[in-house]
Design a protein around this ligand. Structure first.
Ligand code: FER
Length: 287
């Protein structure tokens, strides 16, 4: 397929059980990320939690959906940023609140709380200086402990959350994609929905990510791997997909036109979020 001739067709490899279907799906429609005055809005808050992992207070951003009520209970998507970002990266560059508000208005989303943490778990977690400093890169790995022992319990103490694995999703872009695959697939008792968008070199090797393919296949509701076709980091998604396919682990491998940027990640959020906390319906992808 020539991507220049068919910019709106995206190859999707969708494999559940032993069957693998190749089909094509559209990208997000025009206007999906545009503010529409008539659309009810969710709310953005910044909260501070104490991290026993890092030893100080840390900030996290939370999006609650339009119509949010403390008398309801919600599933949670933890949405992670990249190497150059912090807890504000999605908000500043990706307009996730607009994308999600529009999806709610179109009745395409299951109501959920979205938590956007700072995934660089170190005392100075600001996105300044050399982002590739080994200490900073290591802090993306340390974030697993912060997430599991500090942030998730904090969120569940502050919000009306359904606190089981089937109502907890983990996804992110680039370094955050690697974190999501590394932490999500290691902690199948905590996450049933896992997504890696343009996952970075921090992504563990497939045989470490998924040492027991049968177990992973049985436990996960959704495993999403996506990457832009012009992204130099494609090999990290490709090798994961190849291994999952070889070992019959159901997953979505979504290759879209684009590079390593928010055009791709906004599209990923648009598509991935619609799948969450619902029965997984493969027929949707061929529409
Ligand atoms: C690398 C290239 C890219 C790397 C990380 C990235 C740790 C992350 C990119 C991003 O988060 O956007 O070699 O090594």
């Amino acid at each position: 397929m020539n991507k220049f001739l068919f910019p709106f067709l995206i190859m999707l490899s969708f494999s559940f059980g032993k069957t693998i279907a190749q089909t094509s799906i559209s990208q997000a429609p025009e206007g999906f990320d545009q503010l529409k005055p008539e659309v009810p809005k969710g709310k953005i808050d910044t909260l501070t939690y104490f991290s026993s992992t890092v030893g100080n207070d840390r900030k996290t951003i939370i999006y609650t959906p339009p119509g949010y009520s403390e008398s309801k209970k919600y599933p949670v998507l933890y949405l992670l940023h990249g190497i150059g970002g912090d807890e504000k990266e999605w908000l500043v560059n990706g307009n996730p609140q607009i994308i999600l508000d529009n999806l709610y208005a179109a009745k395409q989303l299951e109501p959920m709380i979205v938590v956007m943490p700072n995934g660089r778990a170190m005392k100075n977690d600001r996105a300044v200086g050399n982002m590739f400093d080994p200490e900073k890169v290591e802090a993306f790995s340390t974030f697993e402990k912060d997430l599991l022992t500090d942030l998730i319990p904090f969120i569940e103490s502050q919000y009306p959350v359904i606190s089981d694995r089937e109502h907890r999703a983990l996804a992110g872009l680039s370094m955050g994609g690697g974190q999501s695959l590394n932490f999500g697939l290691k902690n199948l008792d905590l996450f049933a929905w896992v997504g890696g968008f343009s996952s970075a070199p921090n992504t563990k090797k497939p045989e470490e990510l998924v040492p027991d393919p049968q177990l992973t296949a049985n436990k996960l509701k959704l495993l999403w791997i996506s990457c832009g076709d012009q992204d130099n980091l494609m090999p990290f998604s490709q090798r994961t997909h190849d291994y999952l396919e070889e070992h019959d682990v159901p997953h979505i491998f979504y290759v879209e036109p684009g590079g390593h940027d928010f055009k791709v990640w906004k599209n990923d959020l648009y598509l991935f979020s619609q799948l969450l906390f619902k029965p997984v319906d493969s027929s949707k992808f061929s529409q």
